[in-house]
Design a protein around this ligand. Structure first.
Ligand SMILES: [Zn+2]
Length: 183
């Protein structure tokens, strides 16, 4: 929970008559990060629409899908969103009245005007959108370590040195394990 980002009733924002600002630092419960999430949000109630804009930054630790090493990735968002206050049918009605909903970039979300705006949820959603679909540590990725180690010795040892096979047999035999030991 980020301190100060508690849900705020939309009616409260409406009564304010101007934009409300949040400046925040903290950890998101649903998005663990190495550094605290820092940013700011501004929300303004404009009748049928809530205009929200904000930015946030943090650094997350991800696991590379290829080499399985952990790497750090900076997440940064700078977003501006219009949220329709009403149900989706009302949004359709608005469209019928000649207001082109699709022309307003980003007007895809609806909120119940009697409900609340959740600034923390908004920050979480914006940062989640910045998460990579595929975790890849970068151009220096060493690739899959286990496969690389297995492929080369397998073909070489079998052909070049049959003694390896004897060692392998010893290792696989549980009865011989104590005698082979560590000496
Ligand atoms: Zn990697």
């Amino acid at each position: 929970m980020i301190p100060g980002l508690e849900p705020v009733p939309l009616r409260e924002l409406q009564a304010l008559g101007s934009a409300r600002d949040w400046v925040f630092v903290g950890q998101l419960d649903e998005l663990p990060s190495l550094t605290p999430v820092r940013g700011s949000i501004q929300a303004e109630h404009r009748g049928n629409i809530l205009e929200v804009s904000g930015s946030a930054q943090t650094i997350v630790c991800l696991c590379c899908d290829r080499c399985l090493n952990q790497f750090n990735r900076k997440l940064s968002t700078d977003a501006n969103e219009l949220i329709w206050l009403g149900d989706s049918e009302a949004a359709e009605a608005m469209a019928e009245e000649g207001l082109d909903v699709s022309a307003i970039n980003g007007l895809v979300e609806c909120l119940d005007p009697r409900g609340s705006f959740e600034p923390e949820r908004w920050v979480f959603e914006q940062l989640s959108l910045q998460m990579p679909a595929v975790n890849f540590c970068g151009d220096g990725c060493p690739g899959m370590p286990q496969l690389a180690n297995q492929e080369q010795p397998a073909s070489q040892t079998q052909a070049a040195d049959p003694r390896w096979e004897a060692l392998l047999n010893l290792r696989l035999d549980p009865g011989e394990e104590s005698e082979v030991g560590c000496d």
